[in-house]
Write a protein that binds this ligand. Structure first.
Ligand code: ADP
Length: 876
């Protein structure tokens, strides 16, 4: 449609928006004044045209007062006398407007833009008097630049202006809305009716409101015209209209009746009676309107509401067909809803209107101005460039105006030329005001519902994705859920390889059993093609048999056994991992909203799959890093542990070899002991390494036997204390400890290791506590010391291979970081656990658990009984 690129409404849904729009307009005007180049994005075309006219006429943008057209009171009197007809005709209408509109002034001007009358809000009148917005002031475009009444006279249409859309400096704080008043017979402009106030008071509905009031003035003029004048033939003009009461040939029966009422009353000369009849008529209209408004507000379904608006307008105007047209976000006609009395005529009517509205000025006039448009004869109308659409000869277009601007229009039409009356237009204009609100409510309700559905669907999916440990491994489950929540039948997930060249079918759901799954086979070739298109464009596509014209975004897409389909990218940011397809088995009305929702699902799933990939590669990197750390810890621990005994052995051996004679036999013995001790260290290190590699390989074999814990512990401690002189181990064993079935040597190794660590890391004068408790399932052993303790963050790490606390490395305490890792291996093979805790009062407690066996070892008495039992049958 026309002007798609222009922001044609003044967006003023809230006071903040008014401010914002006013600021934008100010910037646009300044840009225009400096560069002379139209600031197209924020300036309405009609404003630009007016600015250009003002600039060509050299109107000063700095003007702070409009010039006065008269300088003398006599001249004013003359002026008013010359416009008596207009003043008398406008009197009632202006009074009504000023009663109704708060804060505004109501203004009447003549055809030259010279003000005749200013009534309304006193404060505003005083403010306006300062810029000579008073009777006698010249507000033509040439004198006062772009202003609603001057511009309305120049371009002949309704004009509403806000703030800086006014060309001159002095009236930038105003909003004004003006409609030309035309001669009822000749169509020539006689003057304007205008409402002006502070720019905060701008209200879009005023455009159609003022247009209707101007029509009423025209009607009054017609009433006041001498009968001789009325006999003259009217010259039909463009969209502007006269309200002549002349009866066109095609007038309907009811119109005729109304006409007769009016004319008979007039012919009787009984003005009072005519007035009464008119009032009655108005009351009836008002009652009818109340019923109509209830009918159109009854539903929040957009289609229902549009149907009701069209139907009720048809009833009100006694027509057989009416349409409601809504604008989209970029001001194009987004929907055309037609109603015809006979359903069969709908398609033809729809087609006729589409032809009629294609590229015609009517639509942009409504969009830009919110002006009702009345065309008595389409064949002579200059604003219908598409020419005569078959079957439509006269039109009435009523803007649907909400707070955020013109959202569309109601289009009433007749198949014959018809002279629309003011009485036709006014009730239907009121209806349009209510209809706009009802449509807007229904629209918002639909958007809200779509939004709720979207949130619910995405929530359901994210819940599923969060419960699956690895959704990539469960694509079938995910796909099934998506198909279910979208209420469709078939789903397919196609993933592309690393080079993004080949697509493979990663999951499918609901496909008929006979369907081929080979993407290159003929049946799925079109899907393969569409999927590749999506990989390159990143755009979602849809084929929908029912809504094909409206919603199809790609050529035919055939999935065996299915009808309508949507295919969307599985995308994460700019990366497309594959495509997702949903299809229905029967024809379904897929909408662009469905496609948008499905696209969001594709993004959500794509993002999840990417996150998983990232997490996996992060885990792999972490594992590699850990392995690397272990390796370096191994190298540093082993090299030190191997080097120091080897160096000691080497030094001792060299000393014995080269200086044997110099050494006393005692020294020689000492050196030999040293060699033996260091060799022992090496031996134990190698043993530990071997143990560790056996544990890691799962090859540590255990030699199980029953142990009696108190005895076992007593023996181990005795040996330990013997070898570690000065070391005290206090025991605290629970009573009736059960027998344990373990590898005694390995468990002793664990105890030994923990006791050695306790003595190594705790101060030498402190004792070590060994405590044993038991439960029904396990035996718990704890070895507590008063050493420095283990920091919380290291309590798990010290069980890793070669892990040693930094503080001990710094203090050069000997150790390899293998002991605890081996302990853990041994305990785990026994089915137990090992860990370390902080000890109350300082130090650490190393604990391990060992499971109890269900059976206890048989004692001798039992064995004897069993033997007796075994031999008794034969012994009898
Ligand atoms: P090593 O003692 O040979 O270094 P371990 O595997 O037995 O190796 O112990 C690992 C690390 O745990 C030790 O280097 C030490 O830093 C810390 N550690 C072990 N036991 C104790 C303890 N009882 N008190 C304080 N720190 C300890």
């Amino acid at each position: 449609m026309n002007n798609r690129q222009y922001p044609v409404h003044l967006s003023i849904a809230s006071s903040t928006e008014i401010e914002q729009t006013a600021r934008q307009l100010k910037a646009a005007r300044e840009e225009f004044l400096i560069t002379g180049i139209p600031a197209q994005r924020s300036t309405r075309p009609m404003i630009l045209e007016s600015w250009q006219r003002c600039s060509a006429m050299q109107v000063s943008p700095l003007l702070r007062n409009a010039p006065l057209a008269i300088t003398h009171e006599d001249q004013l009197r003359c002026l008013l006398e010359g416009s008596q007809l207009l003043l008398r005709a406008a009197h009632q209408v202006m009074k009504h407007l000023s009663d109704f509109l708060d804060g505004y002034v109501i203004v009447l001007s003549d055809a030259n833009g010279c003000l005749l009358k200013v009534i309304g809000d006193t404060r505003t009148r005083r403010r306006l008097a300062r810029i000579d917005f008073v009777p006698g002031g010249d507000w033509s475009e040439a004198a006062a630049g772009t202003n609603a009444l001057g511009t309305a006279i120049t371009d002949g249409h309704v004009v509403q202006l806000l703030g800086a859309e006014h060309y001159c400096e002095g009236w930038q704080d105003l909003t004004c809305t003006a409609a030309p008043i035309r001669h009822p017979l000749s169509g020539e402009i006689l003057g304007t009716l205008d409402v002006t106030g502070n720019y905060h008071l701008i209200r879009p509905f005023l455009s159609s409101f003022i247009a209707a009031a101007a029509l009423q003035v025209q009607q009054e003029i017609h009433e006041l015209l001498p009968s001789a004048d009325k006999g003259r033939t009217k010259t039909q003009s463009t969209s502007s209209r006269s309200s002549t009461r002349r009866m066109p040939a095609s007038r309907s029966a009811i119109d005729r009746q109304r006409y007769q009422v009016d004319t008979s009353a007039v012919s009787m000369g009984n003005a009072a009676q005519a007035f009464m009849l008119m009032q009655e008529q108005r009351v009836r209209n008002a009652e009818f309107l109340t019923a109509v408004v209830s009918a159109i507000s009854a539903s929040l379904d957009l289609d229902d509401t549009l149907e009701k608006v069209a139907e009720q307008t048809a009833h009100l105007l006694r027509l057989d067909s009416v349409a409601v047209c809504l604008f989209g976000e970029s001001e194009e006609i987004a929907s055309l809803h037609t109603w015809t009395k006979q359903r069969v005529r709908r398609t033809k009517y729809q087609h006729d209107l589409e032809v009629l509205l294609r590229e015609c000025k009517v639509v942009s006039l409504i969009q830009e101005r919110g002006e009702p448009i009345i065309i008595d004869d389409t064949s002579t109308s200059v604003i219908l460039s598409a020419g005569l659409a078959s079957g439509i000869r006269s039109l009435l277009l009523l803007p649907l105006i909400t707070a955020r601007g013109v959202i569309g229009f109601i289009l009433a039409s007749k198949g014959t030329c018809y002279h629309w009356l003011v009485d036709d237009v006014l009730p239907v204009l009121t209806l349009a005001t209510y209809a706009a609100t009802a449509i807007e409510n229904a629209r918002h309700f639909t958007i809200l519902q779509q939004h709720i559905r979207r949130v619910e669907v995405l929530n359901a999916l994210s819940q599923l994705l969060s419960t699956l440990p690895d959704p990539a491994q469960h694509l079938e489950v995910v796909l099934k859920r998506i198909v279910e929540i979208m209420g469709l039948d078939v789903g397919m997930t196609l993933l592309c390889d690393q080079q993004r060249e080949r697509l493979t079918l990663a999951a499918h759901y609901g496909l008929p059993e006979t369907a081929s799954l080979d993407l290159c086979a003929f049946a799925l070739r079109s899907l393969y093609g569409v999927a590749h298109l999506i990989l390159t464009t990143g755009k979602s596509v849809m084929t929908c048999a029912i809504e094909r014209d409206e919603h199809s975004t790609c050529g035919p897409l055939t999935i065996p056994g299915s009808c309508d389909a949507m295919v969307v990218p599985l995308a994460s940011g700019n990366t497309i991992l594959g495509v997702l397809l949903l299809a229905s088995l029967a024809h379904r009305k897929l909408t662009s909203e469905d496609l948008a929702l499905f696209t969001a699902i594709g993004q959500q799933l794509g993002q999840t799959l990417t996150n998983i990939q990232l997490r996996q590669s992060a885990n792999e990197t972490e594992a590699l890093r850990e392995a690397d750390q272990i390796k370096s810890r191994f190298v540093s621990a082993i090299s030190h542990d191997l080097q120091s005994p080897l160096t000691a052995i080497q030094t001792s051996v060299e000393s014995l070899l080269h200086h044997r004679e110099a050494h006393s036999s005692h020294t020689q013995e000492h050196l030999l002991h040293n060699i033996a001790a260091q060799a022992g260290r090496l031996d134990s290190l190698v043993d530990r390494l071997l143990d560790l590699s056996r544990i890691e390989a799962g090859a540590l074999s255990l030699d199980y036997d029953w142990i009696d814990l108190p005895i076992f512990i007593a023996e181990t401690i005795a040996k330990f204390e013997e070898l570690h002189s000065g070391c005290r181990v206090e025991q605290d064993l629970a009573e009736n400890l059960p027998m344990l079935y373990v590898d005694p040597e390995r468990i002793a190794q664990v105890l030994w290791n923990l006791l050695e660590n306790a003595s190594k890391y705790a101060p030498s004068n402190t004792s070590i506590q060994l405590e044993i408790r038991w439960t029904g399932n396990e035996v718990l052993v704890g070895i507590a010391d008063r050493g420095p303790g283990i920091p919380a963050e290291d309590r798990e790490k010290i069980f890793q291979h070669f892990y040693r606390l930094k503080r001990d490395q710094k203090k050069r305490i000997q150790g390899s970081g293998l002991g605890l890792a081996i302990c853990q291996g041994i305990i785990q093979i026994h089915g137990g656990r090992i860990w370390v805790e902080e000890r109350a009062g300082g130090g650490s407690v190393f604990r391990f658990s060992l499971p109890r066996h269900k059976t206890e070892p048989l004692d001798l008495e039992q064995l004897e009984k069993m033997e007796l039992f075994a031999v008794s049958p034969e012994g009898k």
